[in-house]
Design a binder for this molecule. Sequence first.
Ligand SMILES: [Zn+2]
Length: 341
Amino acid sequence: MKAAHLLAPGNMITVDVPEISAGENEVAIRVAYCGVCGTDMHLWHGKMAERLSLPQAIGHEMSGTIEQVGIKVTGLSVGDRVTVRPLAYSTPVGDWTEDAAHIRPGSKFLGIDTPGAMQARWVVPAETVHRLPQNLPLDIGALVEPLSVACHDVHLAGLRAGETAVVIGGGTIGILIALVAQLKGARVVVFEVNKTRLAALRALGLEAFDPSETDASNVVMEMTQQRGADVVFEVSGSQPGIGLTTELARVRGRIVIVGIAPGMVPINMFHIFWKELQILGARVYNAGDFERAIEIASSGQLPLQKLISGKIPIEDAANAFKSIERGDDVIKLLIDCGADR
Ligand SMILES: [Zn+2]
């Protein structure tokens, strides 16, 4: 079978490898699509190298069809259309509740710490599998993972209808947070400096501004009768983005940290104190977020098809990475791993 192997930073080749059988608590999935994520780009650029075992298939935003079910697996059958929540837990459940399972110490991220989905067949623990409804196309199914991130963030923010939400950073996750927040009935504005992304945001009907050209504070204050935003999602992970959060949030507003910032970053402590702001970290997702994302995706209420900029056959997987690296005009590229052909 075909597998796209990362050999070294910036070097990926598609090779023929033997198929692996599912263990007793595992399933083997014939992979349809696997999206290229920002995390995959970090791996391509040599980051987190200590977690990889090169040569290795990466990728974790996938959809496919079950081909083999381990003998101890219940509730899943050959032929089921599925996606995978790419977190495997090696520590006992203990006191951790289901909604906090994802922040339990000792979890492994499939596609980094273990082989990923950019291959024709992927073997994963059965507990990570979520079934997709028949009406959900498999290409949209590959967007369930990033959509689950957005569902997690909006849920943690406690966002309510009628509230104003600011999203700082308009990549795939920022777009999905904005769309899910709108679906919740919030008024949303996105700030993004990249012109290509700005155009994509506006094409999706989102209100979006470049904060290097338009004063973000003026925009938000005007939108909110000078109150400030109820919720600010920081998705850029950048110093300027983080700096904006406390300025744009209203008194007792919530700031949700989604972007991965590199450790110590200055933030206006006086704003946090004076406005009694709440700052929440939000990392990946839990099983409930996946179920919510699948429901939203299959409801057809979001323009998810417009996020898919192209499908690259697995034989040319490296070209998808090169295209994103070049800064081509793309939102989400999917690797076509064969099961939907
Ligand atoms: Zn991802």
